[in-house]
Design a protein around this ligand. Structure first.
Ligand SMILES: Cc1cc2nc3c(=O)[nH]c(=O)nc-3n(C[C@H](O)[C@H](O)[C@H](O)COP(=O)(O)O)c2cc1C
Length: 229
């Protein structure tokens, strides 16, 4: 459990295997109250969260996996969070490739050309990696660009607040590939955009999926300091 902001920042990582232990509703409400302290454009608070547990979460997962395994994947996305690899310039392309190798090859032992193995892992997204709580985050489309920034702040705050309660999370854009299923199953108004999902629960620390640690660039690689004229 993180007791300082620094601990929360340093211990947050994408958790992809969870214990089945439930998270009490009062605790979820406390974490959402904290996340809602996030800054937003003129305090517009453009976010909405759909929190699924128990049979509701199971029903959504069943529908998503059915769409995944049949012809349910639509060619469009709610928005293009993950464009095709060719659309990423350097250095982002290489960083993404390194992340993929770390997850599939080093952590899971799945070869680059093993598309069945990769798909099997990808399917786990739609069960929220076994987390007892699945969250779908949406924001108002009007106006959208600023709202997406606000949604990111809310998401990060929720992930850090979770660490303060000994909980782990994984943000999941994979849900937007099946946005028609989400819109069929959840009462998401047309003027809201589905930003991403979030798995939340207690980490299964013994699971190999939770052994991966991602590196970061040093400050000098992404910062320009100005001092004087
Ligand atoms: C908005 C967003 C969407 C993401 N979508 C997914 C996803 O669909 N599936 C997944 O396994 N990880 C997903 N991730 C996790 C990233 O891969 C992860 O944050 C990144 O590799 C850095 O690793 P770390 O979170 O462990 O520090 C997402 C992260 C963000 C911020």
């Amino acid at each position: 459990m993180a007791t300082t902001i620094e601990d929360a920042l340093l211990s947050r990582r994408s958790c992809r295997a969870f214990l089945p232990d439930p998270v009490p509703r009062t605790e979820l409400e406390r974490l959402l109250t904290l996340a809602a302290r996030s800054a937003s454009n003129s305090n517009s608070q453009p976010w909405h969260v759909h929190v699924l547990t128990g049979a509701a979460k199971h029903g959504l997962t069943t529908a998503l996996l059915h769409a995944h395994d049949t012809a349910g994947r639509v060619p469009t996305r709610e928005y293009d969070y993950q464009p095709s690899p060719d659309d990423w310039p350097e250095p982002f392309h290489s960083r993404r490739r390194r992340f993929g190798e770390g997850l599939y090859k080093e952590t899971l032992g799945i070869a680059h050309d093993d598309s069945t193995g990769r798909l099997d892992h990808h399917r786990r997204n739609y069960g929220f990696f076994g987390a007892p709580v699945g969250i779908i985050l949406t924001v108002s489309r009007r106006p959208l660009e600023g709202a997406l920034i606000d949604a990111g702040l809310f998401l990060q705050a929720l992930m850090l607040a979770a660490r303060g309660a000994g909980l782990d999370t994984c943000a999941q854009a994979s849900f937007i590939d099946f946005y028609p299923v989400l819109r069929e199953k959840l009462p998401i108004p047309k003027d809201h955009l589905i930003v991403c999902g979030l798995a939340l629960g207690y980490a299964d620390d013994d699971h190999r999926l939770n052994q991966q640690r991602t590196p970061r660039e040093p400050v000098g690689a992404f910062t320009t300091f100005y001092d004087g004229d």
